[in-house]
Design a protein around this ligand. Structure first.
Ligand code: SF4
Length: 318
């Protein structure tokens, strides 16, 4: 049975300028201890998806349809107080985009970790041990507990933020662009840390990123997101070896490869449609070299051996 199942999820923002369809009919499932990468360009709705999973979409946005089932609980049916008491940080935790800047500059690391534990009614005598354990878990020396955020490097701050998310031992950790603004070496250290946490603690990890090469290092499955929808969902191996959707193929082609003679930089031509007024039919059609008449109709999810692809090229003839 999948640990986390998302069915027909839609989350919209109701603005004065119209309805922004940030997440528009998303389906996927992920089992205990697996890892999933959600990959797409900026403003494709991937952070809205992460916020929907954490019940943290801010007005004028809200979930309008669909379900998010964690174990036996549909969390879209929970009130925010029920979600806060049963799920948030305890079963699903999130490292938000730009979280390094979320550390309070006037408090030490220890005070900030202590505050979370007090809020969640940890017994006083266990708090010091818990802080030590959580810092060690993310590879930090306990001495950094006494430091202020400005005394830490970018990589250390990101580890502290991950330690905070893991304080209450969640089953699912969502990391939204956890390596942005870090140099290559620190990026690879943070990815290794997430890999280790998944392997040793059995945590289900959802990594949200624009970087397809990065997710391949850690995830079992990948969902390719385009204009509010998942256009392909499959195993990481299959996405790399046999990308089906033309958008996935273009993303793979755009990954720079130092080992080949082709030094040309490839990119996905054109720009994504506005989520305020996406075109009817396939949302990739204006950028797709294979567009046909039928693409003016919305493609359904065509099943593949390892997932699905949302493209008319894969319609099976009866
Ligand atoms: Fe291209 Fe049509 Fe497939 Fe969309 S449905 S990706 S336009 S071939």
């Amino acid at each position: 049975m999948p640990r986390l199942e998302v069915l027909g999820l839609k989350a919209y923002y109701f603005t004065d300028g119209g309805i922004i369809r940030g997440v528009d009919g998303i389906n996927f499932e992920i089992s205990d201890g697996q890892s999933l990468g959600i990959v797409g360009e900026s403003a494709c709705g991937k952070s809205t998806l992460g916020a929907a999973l954490m019940q943290s979409i801010q007005p004028p946005g809200r979930i309008v349809e669909g379900s998010i089932t964690l174990g036996d609980d549909d969390i879209t049916k929970m009130s925010s107080s029920e979600f806060d008491s049963k799920i948030r940080w305890k079963r699903i935790a999130m490292v938000f985009q730009g979280a390094m800047n979320a550390l309070d500059p006037v408090y030490t690391v220890e005070s900030q970790l202590r505050e979370i534990l007090i809020q969640h009614h940890f017994q006083d005598k266990k708090i010091d041990d818990k802080i030590t354990e959580s810092l060690q878990e993310v590879g930090l020396d306990v001495s950094i507990a006494k430091r202020y955020p400005h005394e830490l490097s970018g990589g250390m701050k990101q580890r502290v933020v991950i330690a905070m998310a893991l304080l209450l031992k969640p089953d699912v950790l969502i990391a939204d662009e956890p390596t942005t603004a870090l140099d290559m070496l620190v990026q690879s250290q943070i990815i290794s840390l997430l890999k280790k946490l998944q392997k040793e603690k059995g945590i289900t990890i959802i990594l949200i990123t624009h970087d397809l090469a990065l997710v391949s290092q850690i995830t079992d499955r990948i969902g390719i997101m385009y204009a509010g929808q998942l256009v392909e969902f499959s195993t990481t191996k299959d996405i790399y070896k046999n990308p089906r959707h033309p958008y996935t193929q273009a993303l793979i082609e755009a990954i720079p490869r130092l080992s080949t003679k082709d030094k040309k930089i490839h990119f996905v031509k054109g720009s994504p449609p506005s989520l305020l007024s996406p075109p009817p039919g396939c949302r990739f059609q204006d950028r797709c070299a294979y567009a046909m008449d039928v693409c003016k109709r919305d493609p359904p999810e065509f099943e593949t051996e390892t997932g699905y692809v949302r493209c008319w090229l894969y319609e099976k003839s009866e």
